[in-house]
Design a binder for this molecule. Structure first.
Ligand code: ATP
Ligand code: MG
Ligand code: MG
Ligand code: MG
Length: 364
């Protein structure tokens, strides 16, 4: 009999729409001629309020033709990430698809409550295998402060940064100016202010002055209790895809180029704004260093299954700095992760098949 794959998508983060888009592509791959004899698709849509909708409704969300759109309300609805997850009568009473029917889960949720170990903890408790990193790897990969500590420990070069918490930004009016002084003295301008636990550049600002710094800190604090400020580098942006469990492989390296000031949400999700070059036109020594560092980063955070590792290549000095790891990277047909594997000899449908097999292999 076929293996029943529970595709979990949507989710309670600012990357909800991206997740739907990724899930559509994965669903198609599961239903493709190549995989259809092996797998049955059971979609589960998690609404923005946290409610799980299985069966027909989830299927409708997957097959509706609404394309992924830049939706400012996404990025504004972030306060809901601190709400408790409501109990889900729809799910519990559903006769269409009980969660117990699932043989293997494929969570394709990006950002908080999806990529950060929370859903992985739930799936772990269910004792059903799931695609991707476990609780630790997901949490380490999501939190940019924990991630950078692990990278530093592994000897991976990265930009100078400061870890900050919301209390320093909001609570004490005497502390805030001193904090800004310290950031200016340590990192200078331009610097990047980021919520520690997010993705798709949501909540990130490039700042060039004291006024912009103050606004950016206040904004980032509205997304997350933990923040990070990094020294800005002028660099080319290279990425590498990792696939596997204990003996993972690195893909060819890809490059992203764009006209905008940095690789922000709009640039990421507006067709034509970003250009992908795979393989990246860089010296072989640079791409092999990146592949090596990607595998080290994957191990450093205890990732599993898949990850996309992002780098800065400072061409002037030849320096390669690691930026971050994403344990559930964007997975639409045109996303970097599947594209890099495609160019490395693993087509999309086969990639999805391998990821499911890696989940089964990791069990126990
Ligand atoms: P993703 O969608 O890849 O998960 P993210 O939200 O985790 O993204 P980052 O990758 O940390 O965010 O940063 C987003 C973009 O901001 C980078 O791709 C780059 O364009 C720019 N950027 C971030 N940090 C720096 C930096 N220190 N120096 C220069 N540019 C930076
Ligand atoms: Mg990221
Ligand atoms: Mg991400
Ligand atoms: Mg990134």
């Amino acid at each position: 009999s076929k293996l029943r794959v529970g595709l979990l998508f949507g989710g309670r983060s600012g990357e909800h729409e991206v997740s739907i888009s990724s899930a559509r592509a994965i669903a198609q791959a599961i239903l493709s001629d190549q995989n259809a004899q092996k797998y049955e698709l059971l979609p589960f849509y998690i609404q923005k309020d946290g409610r799980w909708l299985p069966g027909e409704i989830a299927q409708q969300v997957l097959t509706s033709s609404t394309p992924l759109q830049l939706n400012e309300s996404n990025t504004q609805s972030h306060n809901q990430t601190s709400l408790p997850i409501p109990t889900s009568p729809d799910l519990l009473s559903s006769s269409s698809t009980p969660v117990t029917d699932v043989d293997v889960w494929f969570p394709i949720l990006h950002g908080p409550n999806g990529e950060d170990g929370t859903i992985q903890g739930l799936l772990q408790l269910m004792q059903v295998p799931y695609v991707g990193s476990g609780v630790l790897g997901s949490a380490m990969g999501m939190d940019k402060i924990a991630m950078k500590m692990a990278f530093a420990q592994a000897g991976l070069p990265q930009v100078k940064y400061m870890a900050i918490n919301r209390a320093q930004v909001w609570s004490n009016p005497c502390v805030f100016p001193k904090l800004c002084d310290q950031i200016e003295a340590t990192l200078g301008y331009p610097c990047f202010v980021k919520p520690a636990n997010l993705g798709s550049s949501v909540g990130i600002a490039k700042v060039r002055s004291r006024g912009e710094l103050e606004t950016a800190l206040d904004n980032a604090a509205s997304y997350d209790r933990r923040l990070i400020v990094e020294a800005g580098v002028v660099a080319r942006e290279l990425e590498c895809a990792v696939l596997g469990n204990d003996n993972p492989k690195a893909s060819v390296v890809g490059e992203i180029t764009f006209e905008s000031d940095f690789y922000d949400y709009e640039t990421k999700y507006t067709a034509g704004k970003a250009n992908l070059s795979i393989p990246a036109p860089v010296p072989e020594s640079v791409s092999s260093a990146i592949q090596e560092m990607s595998l080290q980063a994957f191990a450093a955070v205890d990732a599993a299954g898949l990850a996309r590792v992002d780098f800065f290549y400072v061409e002037a000095t030849g320096e390669v700095l690691i930026n971050e790891i994403n344990t559930l990277p964007g997975f639409t047909a045109t996303s970097m992760y599947p594209q890099m594997w495609e160019k490395s000899g693993v087509p999309f449908a086969e990639l999805v098949d391998q990821l499911i097999q890696l989940a089964l292999e990791r069990r126990g």
